[in-house]
Design a protein around this ligand. Structure first.
Ligand code: NAP
Ligand code: MG
Length: 404
């Protein structure tokens, strides 16, 4: 069989520990036999980040911007224990945070759904994707523990020092608490663009909820800016694709998502997204089955697994033990990148390969061949637990049949 060509490369960001081991297995067994793999390779393993004083992370982010598509392996975010373990000169920043900042991007998380593992919310036929606005609000708030009677005020002074606004927050008669938070139009506009861009790319509606009835300036600004971006930049494309944008109050949206069939991109303000992403993840799947895509407002896509480097399994692997680590989210990161590269470069064969890889992986699980983490969740079938290598080999057989 002739290998599928990819004239334009994707940025490949390798990583750490057990996911790095899976990375090699996936490439050797599921990709390279079928695709003339063309990547710009960046080694984001912790030792190499240390060696390059983390310059490699910035280079990788630049490559994603230039090539429009990246695929990333999980990486260690160092803490003090890791600093000892790896002899680091400093606690390097999380690569994900660096790349997200460089791309001004938003992270979209969606579970891989299986016929054999029912979501807790039984009406969800398709995944609910959560988009969390990862800037401002509570996470950059200023707070004060009020010790006793006194007045709290909110004051805004412009650049020239002129006071434009002074409002009493509360006249305290005794102890209490006070908080001030902010957001920026530029950040909200980028977030809205990322949400509409991603939704178009997966052919799903966007739902956004805030509390504009109560928060007449703050949440109202989010509502108006989302509507502005939609009307001016995306309405025509959405209508052409038969897609919709819906704004409603956050409580109304939460209730409607629960009764929906799924297949929605749910745009959330920062705190809502923090809570809802864990809630939706727990309701629809397990951590090893959660995928993640970072999308920039100008349409760059970085695909990865939502889980980490699975350290506990890696230590077993180092002792020579076989582990049953689930490679699904990492496989889907690769298939997502191939499908997007094929779509952008008009390469139907590459799109088809991405689809076949996903179908072969799902078929393997639906036939009951599973990594240990899924065996306990399977319904209507007696699963066979396999190690990572056995699982990937089983996918390979089915993939060959699909591509033959
Ligand atoms: P983790 O690697 O996601 O693993 C936590 C636990 O979840 C594992 O011990 C395992 O449970 C289960 N699990 C996760 N992925 C699995 C998979 N593919 N197959 C089977 N089981 C899986 O989180 P962590 O242990 O908190 O973090 C480890 C390292 O990853 C840290 O250094 C952290 O900085 C990094 N991290 C990176 C990213 C990223 O790059 N995106 C994200 C999160 C964490 P059992 O042990 O019960 O089998
Ligand atoms: Mg959370």
């Amino acid at each position: 069989m002739e290998k599928i060509k990819m004239p334009v490369p994707i940025a490949e960001l390798d990583g750490d520990e057990m996911t790095h081991v899976l990375w090699g297995m996936i490439k050797d067994t599921l990709i390279k036999p079928f695709v003339d793999l063309n990547t710009e390779y960046y080694d984001l393993s912790l030792p190499h980040r240390e060696e390059t004083a983390d310059a490699v992370t910035a280079q990788a982010a630049e490559a994603i911007k230039r090539l429009k598509i990246g695929v990333k392996c999980a990486t260690i975010t160092p803490n003090l224990q890791r600093q000892d373990e790896y002899g680091l000169t400093q606690l390097w920043k999380s690569p994900n945070a660096t790349i997200r900042a460089a791309l001004d991007g938003t992270v979209f998380r969606a579970p891989i759904l299986l016929k054999r593992v029912k979501p807790v919310v039984t009406c969800w036929e398709k995944p609910v994707t959560i988009a969390r606005h990862a800037y401002g609000d509570l996470y950059k708030a200023v707070e004060y523990r009020v010790p006793g009677a006194g007045k709290a005020e909110l004051v805004f002074t412009d650049e020239s020092g002129r006071e434009l606004s002074r409002q009493t927050v509360f006249d305290f008669k005794g102890p209490g608490v006070v908080q001030a938070m902010h957001n920026r139009d530029a950040s909200i506009l980028s977030f809205a663009r990322c949400c509409f861009t991603y939704a178009l790319s997966v052919g799903q509606d966007v739902w956004f909820g805030a509390k504009d009835t109560i928060s007449k300036d703050y949440d109202q600004t989010f509502k108006l800016l989302f509507q502005q971006v939609y009307d001016e930049e995306f309405k025509a494309a959405f209508e052409q694709a038969g897609l919709h944008y819906r704004y409603a109050l956050i409580d109304d949206i939460a209730a409607k998502v629960l009764r929906s069939k799924g297949g929605i991109v749910w745009a959330c303000k920062n705190y809502d997204g923090d809570v809802m992403s864990d809630l939706v993840a727990a309701a629809s799947g397990s951590l090893p089955m959660m995928t993640s895509v970072l999308v920039s407002p100008d349409g760059c896509f970085e695909y990865e697994a939502a889980h980490g480097t699975v350290t506990r399994h890696y230590y077993k692997y180092l002792k020579g033990e076989k582990t049953s680590t689930n490679p699904m989210a990492t496989i889907f990161a690769w298939s997502g990148a191939f499908k997007k590269r094929g779509e952008l470069d008009n390469l139907p064969e590459l799109v088809h390969f991405g689809e076949a890889l996903e179908a072969a992986s799902l078929q393997t699980l639906n036939e009951g061949i599973m990594t240990k983490d899924l065996c306990g969740l399977a319904e209507g079938i007696t699963p066979t637990a396999v190690d990572s290598e056995g699982f990937i080999k089983a996918i390979r057989e089915r993939l060959e049949a699909k591509l033959a």
